[in-house]
Design a protein around this ligand. Structure first.
Ligand code: MN
Length: 484
């Protein structure tokens, strides 16, 4: 990969930032960082400035605001040079200073340091979401560039970094909806953790791409004709499942050709109505596999992913997934919260922070876990267990989607909805069948909690039937309060 230059960065930035003042401050940040890192080299032998420049470049592809770009350019200056937070605040502005300081506080983690050190840093990453989500986004870009240039590190370091990336940064990117970053981080991690498997899947994918080329072209032609005949303007993209995505399916025992979303065609249209019209038209040409249809427009994923998914019987026995969405959904689906830079030009940072707190369930869960313990190791292990490990999604009776850790019971669900619902719970109904209170919920269950305002509340022993820290804690608090 060619080194990113200052001109590359500015070319990107000029594409979406017009104000001279913003462009000037970016060039000033670059000059400043270049001078401060003068003489420092990366392990690859490159001048150090290439790293902050590349991080800024990654962010400029997401159309990041000028404060974020400046902070990316300066992100290693407090830690590695004589620069201070106060000086950045005076010479640039207080926002840039806060961002750089936030990134610095999440100091370079490595497993050779003590467990407590790792836990402390991880907690800082997660809690800086609350301060300014842009700190975490810069950190993700920083990690992405480090993973892209991992070849210069020792094999031990490579594996160590890859494990840490999978444990912390991939889930964060997923929760923020930044699929593009998530997917690249997963593939890079797999490349260093299981090089043989990576290469064999990569070769397989190349072969399938080659074989399916004609089929996809013909299907696109048919679909294009019927959409055009019905006056639905559209654009399309082809996508093949990522190497890591396939690895995950295959490690569940699936054969490559049985993966129903191996090949996908994305169709982008102007509005929601056209999504459903396009869906109907496509089904009229290529019949769907009935149980593979998903409406993530009416019920979006908890990280704001919106799309219609349907897998159809394509030509020559190929299964092809169709992903139908509007142009704006496409932006959110690829870039998650960071798409706001593009979609909400002038108040992007405020809107990001507000929506993170209101629309992203994981944020509320992290904030709750954060209040439950002061012990960093315990906090990190709870976050990993309850949020970063496998989670399930179940429905309320109104059709809202609730995210819970794998192994949750109706008790966890009740307390997740509201403390009062948990405290007055007398039973649960799942998919119209009464279930016991310690029934283990499964993905897509429809859950109804039966309550009675006169109930005596959940007994202390029921703590053990709950999975989440929150439910356990609330049951204990309730019983303490009524003196039981
Ligand atoms: Mn860095």
């Amino acid at each position: 990969m060619r080194e990113v230059t200052y001109e590359d960065l500015m070319n990107n930035v000029r594409g979406y930032i017009e104000e001279d003042k913003s462009l000037e401050i970016i060039s000033k940040a670059f000059e400043c960082a270049k001078k401060l890192h003068e003489g420092q080299k990366r392990q690859s032998g490159e001048d150090y400035i290439v790293h902050p420049l590349s991080v800024a470049f990654i962010l400029s592809e997401m159309k990041a605001d000028s404060d974020t770009i400046c902070a990316a350019l300066l992100h290693d200056t407090i830690e590695d040079t004589k620069m201070t937070k106060e000086k950045i605040s005076v010479e640039f502005n207080p926002t840039i200073a806060t961002l750089v300081d936030g990134v610095t506080k999440i100091s370079k983690m490595n497993f050779s340091s003590r467990e407590e050190q790792v836990a402390t840093n991880t907690r800082k990453i997660i809690t800086s979401l609350d301060e300014d989500v842009r700190i975490v986004i810069i950190k993700l870009a920083d990690r992405l560039h480090n993973m892209r240039t991992l070849e210069y590190k020792s094999e031990f370091k490579q594996k160590e970094n890859a494990v840490e990336t999978m444990e912390i940064f991939v889930p964060l990117a997923y929760y923020l909806g930044a699929y593009q970053i998530k997917s690249e981080l997963e593939d890079l991690s797999l490349y260093y953790l299981k090089p043989d498997i990576y290469t064999s899947i990569e070769n397989n994918i190349e072969a399938i791409k080659h074989d399916a080329e004609g089929v996809i072209r013909k299907m696109l032609e048919d679909i294009g004709n019927i959409l055009t005949d019905n006056n639905i303007p559209f654009e399309h993209k082809e996508r093949i499942k990522s190497i890591y995505g396939l690895y995950k399916q295959m490690s569940k025992g699936k054969k490559i050709m049985d993966v129903h979303d191996l090949l996908a065609i994305k169709i982008m249209v102007d509005d929601v109505k056209s999504c459903y019209l396009a869906l109907g038209l496509i089904h009229s040409v290529y019949p769907p596999i009935n149980n593979k249809f998903k409406d993530y427009i009416a019920s979006p994923k908890t990280n704001m992913y919106h799309s219609l998914h349907t897998t159809v019987f394509g030509l020559e026995d190929y299964l092809v997934q169709m992903q139908i969405r509007t142009y704006n959904m496409e932006k959110i689906n690829n870039y998650g919260l960071t798409a706001y830079w593009d979609l909400h030009k002038h108040d992007a940072d405020a809107t990001m922070q507000k929506d993170l707190k209101t629309h992203f369930q994981f944020f509320k869960s992290i904030a709750e876990l954060n209040t439950m313990t002061t012990d960093n190791c315990e906090f990190v292990s709870m976050v990993k267990k309850e949020l970063f490990d496998q989670v399930i999604h179940v429905y309320t009776t109104k059709g809202d989607i609730i995210e819970l850790p794998n192994g949750s019971t109706p008790i966890d669900f009740a307390y997740k909805l509201h403390t009062d619902i948990g405290n007055t719970m007398i039973g649960a109904v799942v998919n119209d069948e009464p279930v016991s209170i310690d029934y283990i919920l499964r993905n897509k269950d429809r859950v109804k909690i039966l309550t009675d305002p006169l109930s005596f509340g959940l007994r202390l022993e029921w703590q053990d039937k709950a999975k989440t820290m929150r439910a356990k804690r609330l049951i204990r608090d309730f019983n303490r309060k009524i003196g039981r």
